[in-house]
Design a protein around this ligand. Structure first.
Ligand code: 13P
Ligand code: SF4
Length: 391
């Protein structure tokens, strides 16, 4: 293990976008190749094949779809939701032998942790990782804890990890007395953490951490420091660590990180009276300029409750925004940014991968199983259960 006196290896974290090809990076949070022998995307029978395979599997299979999934995939989801809701939905379906998770790798891991040993979780494309989750590796976080220990603050620091993290990071959090949070309960998680200790190590999304602490809880921006895993000692001094309340991991979402203050100003100029509604993974300046901020589920509910004729600019993933616009033709719903902004890894789950996974299961062959090892599962579950017990 690296000590604080040795310079750390300043290597960029591999980003798992993998826009081309099927290879994967073994150091990323999903870490394995997709072995699929896939049907051609041009096959006109794909929809029928997916339907037939699902019908053959019946109650044995439960298909979960995250809100950011493509329409072609979401049409086969038995339930849709954010990552936390989907993991709970999976746990509430003990009769389903197979959970097909249309989402990304960390979500499938969480579902595996929260479901019984008899249930098998399948991710239709193993290259569907999350670039944000990849920004905090187990080794980097262990080094960070060493830095905090050297500075004499580890004992009073409580880790709070966003759901969007690998099972290893969740296990680290469980081992060190911390909790998991989602974008809907981050404030409650932080309140709980500050009752347990004096500081929080928030990872991997610096924006969700800062937005919650500053916007929701009244901390000042100066109470927050950013720990950069690519710099020696995180790029912070022991004194800064001792003074800080929130130690934010230098991670971000490559999708929500694209929205800028200019996008907000631009849409306000184009659409007078528009309501700007953004996800808390956006940068602090974007969140500060928005009218409403909330998780994916919050965004969906806000638009359901909005009056006909109202105008909305939404700062979240494009698949969801397009579906919302289609579902509410009586409201003007636009994407906050001018340029296209899909989550490329979420989009890796397409109809050919789903058909391949369902047909393989229907033939009695479990493919792309996501299985968290027992020790990691034990400690990750501890952190997840602390979240479930939050008031
Ligand atoms: P929620 O669905 O929990 O709001 O998170 C958004 C996200 O980026 C999922 O990857
Ligand atoms: Fe990860 Fe962002 Fe994609 Fe969510 S939207 S899976 S946080 S890269």
């Amino acid at each position: 293990m690296t000590t604080t006196s040795e310079p750390l290896d300043v290597q960029p974290t591999p980003l798992a976008l993998l826009l081309l090809g099927r290879e994967s990076d073994p150091r990323s949070e999903r870490g394995v190749d997709c072995p699929g022998d896939l049907p051609a995307p041009s096959d006109p029978d794909l929809v029928e094949r997916a339907r037939a395979a699902k019908a053959k599997l019946g109650e044995k299979v439960f298909v979960l779809g995250h809100h950011y999934q493509r329409d072609e995939v979401i049409q086969f989801a038995d339930v849709t939701g954010d990552s936390f809701k989907l993991a709970r939905d999976a746990a509430a379906r003990p009769e389903a032998e197979y959970i097909v998770f249309c989402g990304v790798h960390f979500m499938a891991e969480s579902a595996d942790i929260l479901t019984s040993d008899a249930q098998q979780v399948v991710l239709p494309d193993l290259a569907a990782g999350c670039s944000m989750a990849d920004m905090a590796t187990a080794e980097q976080v262990a080094e960070c804890w060493d830095v905090l220990t050297e500075a004499g603050v580890a004992d009073v620091t409580v880790p709070v990890s966003y759901m969007n993290s690998s099972a290893d990071i969740k296990a680290f959090t469980g081992r060190h007395g911390g909790t998991i949070c989602t974008s809907s309960n981050a404030e409650r998680a932080l309140e709980w953490a500050f009752q347990q200790g004096e500081k929080v190590l928030f990872l991997p999304d610096q924006h969700l951490g800062r937005n919650t602490a500053v916007r929701e809880m009244g901390f000042s921006p100066e109470d927050c420091i950013v720990y950069n895993p690519h710099k020696p000692n995180g790029g912070v001094t022991a004194e800064q660590l001792r003074d800080a309340k929130m130690i934010l991991w230098r991670g971000h979402c490559s999708v929500h990180g694209r929205f800028s203050l200019e996008s907000v100003e631009d849409v306000r100029a184009r659409i007078p009276g528009v309501n700007v509604l953004v996800h808390p993974e956006c940068k602090h300046e974007v969140v500060s300029a928005a009218d409403h901020v909330g998780s994916t589920e919050y965004i969906i509910k806000a638009l359901e409750a909005a009056p006909a004729g109202s105008s909305w600019a939404i700062g979240t993933e494009l698949n969801l925004v397009r579906r919302l616009a289609k579902a509410h033709p009586d409201k003007q719903i636009v994407f906050l940014d001018k340029t296209v902004c899909f989550c490329s890894t979420m989009n890796r789950i397409d109809l050919p991968h789903l058909v391949w996974a369902l047909e393989s299961l229907a033939d009695g062959k479990v493919v792309n199983r996501i299985q968290v090892d027992r020790e990691t599962e034990h400690f990750a579950k501890l952190a997840l259960e602390r979240m479930l017990a939050l008031p």
